[in-house]
Structure formats: C-alpha cells, structure tokens
Design a protein around this ligand. Structure first.
Ligand code: NAI
Ligand code: MG
Length: 368
C-alpha cells in the first residue's frame, strides 16, 4: 500500500534493536487494526554503522533522514567503541542528525504513571497524576555561542570562555512550539530564564512576552531558573508546559525526569523547522542509552521507545487518538503489574522485553 508517511527507523546499538523490535510490532498492529499505513525503512546509526561503513552515520542515511516525515531512533554507543577518536564516535551520528535536521526544540515529557508514583523520589501525593512537558531549546545558547575556548593570559593564568547567545528568531521559533503545545494541553506556559542577571535572559523574557500577543488563550508566566528547579521538586504539579534555553533545559529536564522514577519510561521528541508545506523535521527517541549492562538479554524496558512512537503519532502525524490509545495501553499494562526489571516492585509479574511487547499488543486489542 502506498503511504505518505515516510518513517526512518534507526535502531542503533545495545538495547536499541531490542526495544525497536517491540515498536515495529506495534506499528504493524496499527497498520492491520487501525488502517494506518507507513512506509518504513531501516538504517544504521552509531556503532553498528561504524562497524559496517567506518562512520557513525553515512551521507546516504543522513539524506534519508532529511527526506523522512519522522525518524525513530533507539540508542547508540557501547564499550566496543569507547576508545575511538571523538570525531568518529557513535554519538557523533546522533549529533549530526540533530544538527543537519536543525532540531531546535527538544520535548521532554515528565509523565507519572499512577502505578509507578511510588517509585518517584518525591512523596506519592506530590507526583500522582503529574504530566509536565519541558521544551528545551537545543541548537543555540551557551553550548554553541562564540567566542568559546580556553586561552592563555599574559599573566600566566588560563581562561575558559563560553558565550550565551540568543537571537529573537531563535527565541520565537522555540517559544512558538511551546505555545502551540500548551494549546493542545492545559493552556499554561511557564517561560524560564534568568532575566535578573543575564541580558540573553532578559531578551528571552521580552520576546516571549511579545509573542504571547498571538496566544492570548494561553496563561503565560515567567520564572527564574533557580526558582524553577526548587518548584519542580516542591510542587511539580503547578506546571503544564515549560519553555527554556539549552543549558537550563538540560538540567531542568533531567530533574523533572527523575520525578517519574525510571529511565526506561522516558520518551523524547526533537522538532525542527517546518518547510513550505508545513512538514516539520522530527526525531523521536527514548531518553536512555544503549544499556550495555543488559543488552542482548531481552531485559530492557521497551516503554520509553514505545512512548516515543506515541509522541511521533501525535506530533508528526496528528494522530492524537491513536497516540492516546498507545499511552492508555502502556498505562494499563503497568497498572496490571507487568514489569521489566527496572520498574519491578513486590507483588508484580516480571516480564522480558518481548513479553512486555506481548502485553502491550493484548492491551491494544482490548482497548481498540
Ligand atoms: P544508559 O541509559 O544506557 O544506562 C543507564 C542505566 O539504566 C543502566 O543500568 C541501564 O541498564 C539502565 N537502563 C537504561 N535504559 C533502560 C531500559 N530501557 N530498560 C531497563 N534499564 C535501562 O546510560 P549509560 O550507561 O550512561 O550509557 C551506556 C551507553 O549508552 C554509552 O555508550 C553512552 O554513551 C550511550 N548513551 C546513548 C544515548 C543515546 O543514544 N541517546 C544516551 C545516553 C547514553
Ligand atoms: Mg543531560
């Protein structure tokens, strides 16, 4: 069947291919049972690409990623490639994808499954029902700004320099993504910077405030990043969507992630600019890495990758109903006590990666 939904799957290394196998079963389920149709192709990224082609991502695969409607990635890296020079390490493949696809908005949900609320480092009542979306600017800010480097000063000291830089267009495009997301969710957006001590933060605040004129239906607030870190662990449910820069987003998204208790449950999306036809480049991937300690043993939790698939359905293909169905299936399976080792709890049934996939398919059958 011809399909206008071009999907590139890059399973990668370690547990990447194991969790991706479960994702493919679910894609097939949606095709057979819900009438969706994808044209799926597979490619190599990371260590597996180094082994075959000598580079972590070939130009051909990069071109396929640019042409795809969405890219779904497993994980890259592992001890086998740890001693390679930086320029050809597995991670470089991922960095190239992010850079060439110009993925400037990184979406990191912190969603607590009720059945797992007890696994959080916070009290259950603080996190039960928690559903936050952090939008992190990903291609600008202090990680990329010029000048940068380490210099030798005439007095014999050395000086390390990094520069935080944001332009109005960089701020607008990521803030727009956040406003649009807020519109599809709880209509609340909190913009986070340090406008009190940083000019780039002051500009950020001014520009987000200006843009708010186009999104009057959204309740906008501003918060300093240090306060946001405190509020996230004090009263996380006050937030719906948070938008922030690259550096603060790096820290705050990891902090929010841990409110949910498990790395094996965390999906992410990275969105790029929309082209003339409104098609937005997008990469979906679990937050976790290749987990070499459990790779090849059918032990990995496939839910982070499955929830990344759900984000893809929702954000790249506007298939909100289907995404809700998959999210619901994941909730049910976990509530039903089926657990991989990383989220195992007393009285629950321990399942393998494959068995978790089986249970998800059964739940989808029940819910559809
Ligand atoms: P990791 O996320 O691979 O593993 C950390 C710990 O969490 C391990 O004990 C692992 O077994 C566990 N874990 C991770 N995902 C899990 C899952 N789905 N189910 C059950 N348990 C899970 O991070 P680590 O150990 O720091 O890095 C391992 C390799 O992965 C390195 O080569 C690193 O460079 C790479 N990496 C790749 C990323 C990516 O592809 N986006 C992100 C982070 C690390
Ligand atoms: Mg980080």
């Amino acid at each position: 069947m011809a399909s206008n939904k071009k999907l590139l799957i890059l399973a990668g290394d370690g547990i990447g291919p194991e969790v991706m196998t479960q994702v493919k079963r679910v894609i097939t389920w949606f095709e057979k049972r819900q009438g969706l149709s994808f044209s799926v192709s597979d490619g190599l990224v990371g260590g597996c690409s180094i082994d075959k082609h000598g580079v972590p991502l070939t130009d051909e695969t990069m071109a396929e990623a640019m042409d795809a409607d969405a890219v779904l990635l497993g994980a890259v890296g592992g001890p086998k490639w740890d001693n390679l020079p930086f320029e050809i390490k597995p991670e470089r493949g991922l960095l190239r994808l992010r850079k060439d696809m110009e993925l400037f908005a990184n979406l990191r949900p912190a969603l607590v499954f009720d059945a797992l609320a007890e696994a959080s480092s916070l009290k259950t009542e603080l996190v039960e029902g928690l559903d936050i979306m952090i939008v992190r600017e990903l291609t600008g800010g202090v990680y990329f700004g010029q000048p940068r480097g380490i210099e030798n000063l005439p007095n014999g000291e050395r000086r390390g320099v990094n520069t935080q830089v944001y332009t109005t267009s960089e701020i607008h495009r990521v803030a727009r993504v956040a406003f649009e997301l807020a519109r599809k969710r709880g209509r609340k957006l909190c913009s986070v910077e340090k406008a009190n001590v940083m000019e780039s933060g002051l500009l950020w605040r001014e520009e987000v405030t200006k843009l708010h004129g186009e999104y009057k239906d959204i309740e906008l607030s501003h918060m300093y990043a240090d306060n946001c870190a405190m509020q996230l662990v004090r009263q996380p449910k006050q937030f719906d969507v948070i938008v922030t820069d690259n550096l603060f987003g790096d820290l705050l998204s990891d902090c929010a992630a841990m409110l949910t208790g498990s790395l094996g449950m965390l999906p992410s999306a990275s969105l790029g600019a929309a082209d003339a036809n409104g098609k937005r480049r997008a990469l979906y991937e679990p937050v976790h890495g290749s987990a070499p300690d459990i790779a090849g043993k059918d032990l990995a939790n496939p839910l982070a990758c499955l929830l990344s698939l759900s984000m893809m359905l929702r954000y790249s293909f506007d298939l909100g109903k289907e995404a809700d169905l998959l999210d619901k299936a994941a909730q049910e399976v976990v509530a039903g006590g089926f657990r991989t080792g990383d989220i195992m709890a007393p009285g629950c049934t321990k399942v393998s990666t494959t068995q978790m996939g089986d249970e998800i398919l059964k739940a989808l059958d029940r819910l559809a």
